[in-house]
Design a protein. Sequence first.
Length: 358
Amino acid sequence: MSAVLNSPVAAPATIVHSEGVWHAAWRRFKGDRVALTSMCIVFAFLLLILASGLGLVAKDWGREVGVANAPPHFIGPKPPEATGAIATPKGPNVDLSSIDPLAPRYKEWAERAAKLKTTDTVKAETLPFGGDRLGRDVLSKAIKGTQVSVAVGLLAAVLAAVFGTLLGALAGFFGGRIGDFLEWLYTVFTSIPDILLIFTLAAVLNRADAIIPRGIWTIVIILSLVGWTTVYRQVRAEFIKHSTREYVRAAEAIGASSGSRMFRHILPNVSHVILVRMSLLVVGFIKSEVILSYLGLGVPIDQVSWGTMLAESQAELILGYWWQLAAATVFMAVFVTAFSLMADGWRDALDPKLRGAE
């Protein structure tokens, strides 16, 4: 009896909580400096879009603040020699009336124009990215165009990813008649070329603008209806593969519902595939918006986007006015590159194969 009383009591076992999937992914993502820097750039663009939407910046992007096609770093009005006026010959022995019958009126017109310049002329401002053909600030147009183009790309990609993920999860997890019907729907959409389907939906929705006002949401609906198929195909394949694995079987054995197994157990393990596909959709949808706006099926004429800026810059580039093309290209390239690198970083952080290698 005394031996039993004097025996040491075993210490209670320490319960070790495993690290969550998203917490571990964030820890690995912070170790990737390139991806972290890219995410900061993307957040800076999002803040710029928010400020533009609230009217804090680029509020008066459509206002004429300079002369037409003002070059970058332009300050003040153009001199009369740069306006393209025809120079008149000078000299004591030149009879202007013999060359141009309107020559006697030139002096009167010049005095009248000088009076108008002092009262009605547009006050020119400093334009770091130059002006367009109407004298509007290209930098303000690029900021406002960023708001429209990025909003179209992100919203359409998110809707397409959500729609494709939901349908792909249902088809891959349940199969049977549900899977057969969704496969038939997928085949119908993929049998039509994407660009033809985009043009068809754009024409139909634009003719029904009394029901759905033409604008950003029209383009978002068109692109999301076209882009969900690529997400669906990959998510369906991943759910078919993961639905028979041990961790899903174990969750089923302890009484987890179908929805819990689909979205709490399988979805985090296939999220890296969805992120990569969504990043590609963002880039592709921005390009599609450029094509639609160029053909007049995109954003309305009272709005601006990267697509409308590139369409306008074609005619300007022939005349040597390159700054609007450069502004739209730089903004687009920086955002697309940063977004792609950020998505690659999240893919590596969420990849279960890389998690198992730690």
